[in-house]
Write a new protein. Structure first.
Length: 374
């Protein structure tokens, strides 16, 4: 059956779809699981969609192909969307967050040498001093979530991320090799790269990002805002599709089931036994007696609502770390920016059709340094 016939026959389509074949980008990380599940199990067919997954080598490639139209939507760093919206360090375009794909699930790994120094000194700042040079830490995109988690964690331990370290951007699949070559002292990214670093003896996971901000937002389903304007029914159908995929992946048994698909060469290209334990929340690394908060994909819809307050947090961090100078001051203007990016109305419509409840708009977040937000 061709995609146009499929769209016409979709039993619960709320309106004719403007586009039925969608190219979705992703980067090789375990939290791309909902996209992989949506394709493997063809959740989109019920909603008139055929999905084509397109693995990208880096977040910069995701950005560029979203902007060029080569990708319709993508698994993306929350902060990538906001960075492009603001034109920080690259092209500017009006962007949209359709939904949150997951919370938690990222980590910080140090080289084995540095992790041992941390054990000996009991202080990250003292451990870094043993290197005798400026430490080099990697993250995955200048305005991305991994950069923000790394900077926040360093600052909470008395290390200034703009003055005391060198911060570099490396695509996640290349981080372990760089750590093994000792050209990196640590990195912040998603799984399975921390599990792989430990398996190769190159480093040890010393912090989970759920320790920094419990149940923090992480990857989102992103697109250009003009895609939403020109394809509202398609965007709504895509949200419904991904809500079904997130619900499916959230079951522990299904995480084990999806791990072999993530392990394939056209997805993560990493052994499944390194993916499943941390994806399923059974393991956090050799230093964790008890695994940290697991990556969450659905939790009865609590994961997926794109809260405006979460977007505002990224804007506040950009000012803190001098990525955003001038412009609006924190407050009402930031709320307006976040409200334009986060498609809460569209999400609510799709969630209602999928019978997914909407969580409370506002909640108070507690961070590792005792700060709260908002």
């Amino acid at each position: 059956m061709d995609t146009d016939t499929l769209a016409a026959s979709a039993p619960d389509s709320p309106g004719a779809l403007e586009k039925t074949h969608l190219r979705l980008g992703f980067v090789a990380l375990s939290d791309a699981a909902p996209l992989v599940a949506a394709k493997v199990l063809e959740f989109g067919h019920r909603h008139g969609l055929t999905l084509e997954l397109c693995r990208q080598p880096s977040w910069a490639a995701v950005r560029d192909k979203l902007l060029s139209g080569e990708l319709d939507a993508a698994h993306a760093l929350y902060g990538l969307v906001y960075g492009v919206q603001l034109g920080i360090g690259g092209p500017q375009a009006d962007m949209a967050v359709l939904m949150v794909l997951n919370r938690n699930g990222q980590a910080i790994t140090l080289s084995t040498q540095l992790a041992q120094a941390l054990d000996t000194t009991g202080s990250l700042k003292a451990a870094l001093a043993t290197l005798g040079r400026a430490p080099v830490f990697a993250q995955t995109f200048p305005t991305g979530t991994h950069a923000m988690w790394l900077y926040y964690w360093l600052a909470a331990q008395g290390v200034h991320p703009l003055e005391d370290i060198e911060s570099v951007v490396i695509p996640p699949p290349r981080m372990v090799d760089a750590l093994a070559r000792q050209t990196l002292d640590g990195f912040c990214a998603g799984e399975p790269w921390h599990a792989l670093a430990e398996a190769r003896g190159a480093g040890q996971t010393v912090a989970a990002t759920s320790e920094i901000w419990p149940n923090h937002p992480e990857k989102v389903l992103a697109c250009r805002r003009d895609f939403v304007a020109h394809h509202p029914n398609t965007a709504r159908a895509l949200i419904r599709t991904m809500l079904e995929a997130c619900r499916w992946v959230d079951a522990p048994s299904h995480r084990d089931e999806i791990a072999p698909w993530l392990a394939k060469a056209d997805a993560l290209d990493v052994p499944g036994e390194l993916i499943a334990p941390r994806l399923a929340g059974r393991d956090g690394g050799v230093r964790f007696a008890k695994p940290p908060l697991p990556v969450a994909f659905f939790d009865s819809g609590a994961v997926n609502y794109p809260r405006v307050s979460d977007g505002r947090w990224f804007l506040a961090q950009y000012r803190r770390w001098r990525l955003l100078r001038g412009g609006p001051t924190a407050g009402a203007d930031d709320a307006a920016i976040a409200s334009e990016i986060n498609q809460t109305v569209l999400y609510r419509e799709a969630a209602a059709l999928a019978d997914v409840p909407i969580p409370a708009e506002n909640r108070t977040e507690l961070f590792c340094d005792g700060a709260t937000w908002p």
